[in-house]
Design a protein around this ligand. Sequence first.
Ligand code: KG4
Ligand code: ZN
Length: 350
Amino acid sequence: MTLVLGIETSCDETGVGLVEDGVLLGDALSSSMLEHVRFGGVVPEIAARAHVQAIVPAVHEALAKAGATLADVGAIAVTAGPGLATALHVGVAAAKAYATALSVPLYAVHHLAGHAAADTLVHGPLPAKSVVLIVSGGHTSLLLVGDLVADPIVHLSDTVDDAAGEAFDKVARVLGLPYPGGPAIDAAAASGNASAVAFPRPLTGRNDPPLGFSFSGLKTAVARHVETLARAGAPVPVADIAASFQEAVADTLIRKAIAACRLHEVGTLVIVGGVAANSRVRALAQERCAAGGLELRVPPPRLCTDNGAMIAAIGDLLVRAKAAPATLTVPVRPSVQLRWADLEHPPQEL
Ligand code: KG4
Ligand code: ZN
């Protein structure tokens, strides 16, 4: 058995995980989130500097939790894309250094495939076919997934504008809530009325693409609603607006995800990414999947947001599939599309 060290630095979280044979043995997470708050979004240079400071302590923390040492590590997996170039460089450089120093193989993996793999750490291997809804700050995608490392991943749809998490972050700003907006809206919505404002469900009309996503119009609808109240000198009911917006996003996401399962005759829906941590998204998915006879798999919130365990999980799958490792010259690929989990050696080229 091989102990895989996974490294994630594509955005503002420095994540390290240790996985062996599908089991998460230890992990550590350091976030520069608070350093970005006053800018209202992630500043790449600040994130990169934070990764440099956090990466080695995070590796040691994860090893200590696993009761292991560097000498026990048998392979390294790292997010090589997509993500912020400066941030990705830190993780990839660290991964190359560890792989060289320890004389172990290196795997360069796709961040989104990592998100999907996170679920295998809690619910075991994925079934032969599943629909994966990835909802994060940068992505809102529906994927048709078979074997995560052996089969090509079929991208069914993407948002045409803002990602769902991005909409949460922007709407939070409109409501005067802190960054990141998702958790803040989730908390504010807890005491709000989700039926207070009938916000639109984007692209759910009869003639709209059944799997298409668009969140920019919904975000604008919230901004207009708040502007209208402010102009009239009326108070802004933050909790009600947060709850109504959250309901519109959750309703739209789950409707589309279930439509994808029906269209492709798949019985399992997996939801991952930062927005999968949202309490209403989770509850509504549970309700509708149960009613529709679908198996729902959602990892616990800490494995939904960016983390190193998910990258170690993909690395572990690649090691067990005997995939060829990457070379030490493997580049970062900030805007790589998702087709294969392994960025340098797609399985068909092995
Ligand atoms: O997957 P992730 O950690 O990073 C990316 O790869 O983007 O996702 C971050 C996004 C942010 O937009 C954040 O606001 C959102 O996930 N998020 C949430 C919640 N927790 C994080 N959105 C809604 N509800 C939450 N509880
Ligand atoms: Zn992510």
